[in-house]
Design a protein around this ligand. Structure first.
Ligand SMILES: C[S@@+](CC[C@H](N)C(=O)[O-])C[C@H]1O[C@@H](n2cnc3c(N)ncnc32)[C@H](O)[C@@H]1O
Length: 340
């Protein structure tokens, strides 16, 4: 059972599912008007918040009432509004802020693609490309402002997976770690910072590297990292003892996923390790967020989340062996493979 449907009779539970996007819209609007940032300074009245956000005070008061019902804000004894721990990550300056994710993943380009889900079910192809005439990465390259927001969204949502390498695998024996499609470098920065002597290589599309450079500099690890512009279908940097693909393979259908794995295989020396960081779909009918993320991958990329068996099959086809799946203390797993 999911999304507050537990214990409800079937019709009421169904209504909850049908109207789940009302919650999404409210959270998005909260992020858009910067409410969490204003409340970070302390409790405010609805009138003060209306003035600061340029909104209509009585209407904002209704909005705040709904947000309080969702647990994102609360009213104190004087009726002033405070930010709750649930709303806290929507602050732009919160560590691992989810504000960019709330804005990007519910933004119009993605929403329009969701509306084309029934078409994607018929074709198995990406709804996004059908709606926008461009694949997601080309779309963001052509719309740099939205692209920057998406990159920031990935950095924020990477919070749950950023620290899992040092917590799960042995980095002490790794001289150089190559993060393929590393985005802004959040995971690489955490690995390098936690491992004395480790060098990092961040490989991503050229337009992503300036943001990554700024992130790695702010994280204090820029001097131990190289940044390399790549198209990971053609080639990835050589010389790594270990390679990580975090939230990459799920962005692609099998043929493209295989091409990325083969590019890694070509670049890797015998004995080098590959770590795929993904949600691995569990068998059975239980609620599993990965099953919904799987639909987002279909909508955005014509791609998919995978089961352990599906990861094993891809890795074997790309020429890897000694495949093992490591659970982590996050929802993500690390699928490990060795280049023979
Ligand atoms: C979903 S993000 C994951 C970022 C990061 N690894 C993380 O865990 O948050 C996918 C990344 O793949 C990169 N990417 C997409 N196509 C690429 C290509 N052809 N070559 C290199 N990187 C690419 C994107 O720029 C983006 O940074």
């Amino acid at each position: 059972m999911v999304l507050g449907t537990k214990g409800l009779p079937p019709r009421a539970a169904l209504m909850q599912l049908i109207t789940a996007s009302w919650v999404t819209h409210a959270v998005r609007a909260m992020a858009e008007i910067g409410l969490a940032d204003l409340l970070a300074a302390g409790p405010s009245t609805a009138g003060e918040l209306a003035e600061a956000t340029g909104t209509d005070a009585p209407t904002l008061a209704r909005f705040l009432r709904a947000l309080a019902g969702l647990g994102l804000v609360a009213h104190d004894a004087e009726g002033r509004v405070t930010l709750t721990p649930l709303g806290e990550p929507l602050r732009a300056d919160a560590p691992g802020s989810l504000r960019p994710y709330a804005l990007a993943i519910t933004g119009a380009p993605v929403e329009r693609a969701w509306h084309a889900l029934p078409g994607a079910l018929r074709t198995g192809g990406a709804a996004f490309a059908g709606v926008h005439g461009l694949g997601l990465w080309d779309f963001y390259a052509a719309h740099p402002e939205e692209g920057a927001l998406f990159d920031a969204a990935m950095t924020g949502s990477a919070d749950a997976r950023s620290g899992i390498l040092p917590a799960t695998v042995d980095l002490a024996a790794v001289g150089t770690l190559v993060d393929v499609g590393g985005g802004q470098g959040r995971m690489l920065a955490a690995a390098v910072a936690a491992t004395p002597g480790l060098r990092g290589v961040l490989a991503d599309r050229p337009e992503v590297l300036p943001g990554a450079e700024a992130f790695l500099t702010a994280a204090g690890v820029r001097d131990r990292c190289d940044l390399v512009a790549v198209d990971f279908f053609s080639a990835v940097p050589t010389g790594g003892d270990a390679y990580v693909l975090a939230h990459i393979v799920h962005d692609w259908p099998d043929a493209e996923a295989l091409a990325i794995l083969r590019a890694c295989h070509r670049a890797m020396a015998p004995g080098a390790r590959l770590w795929i960081v993904e949600l691995v779909i569990q068998p059975g009918d239980a609620y599993d967020r990965a099953k919904l993320l799987d639909l987002l991958m279909l909508v955005l990329f014509g791609a998919q989340e995978r089961t352990e068996a599906e990861y094993r099959a891809l890795l074997e086809e790309a020429g890897f062996d000694r495949i093992a799946v490591h659970p982590t203390d996050s929802p993500y797993s690390i699928v490990e493979a060795v280049r023979p």
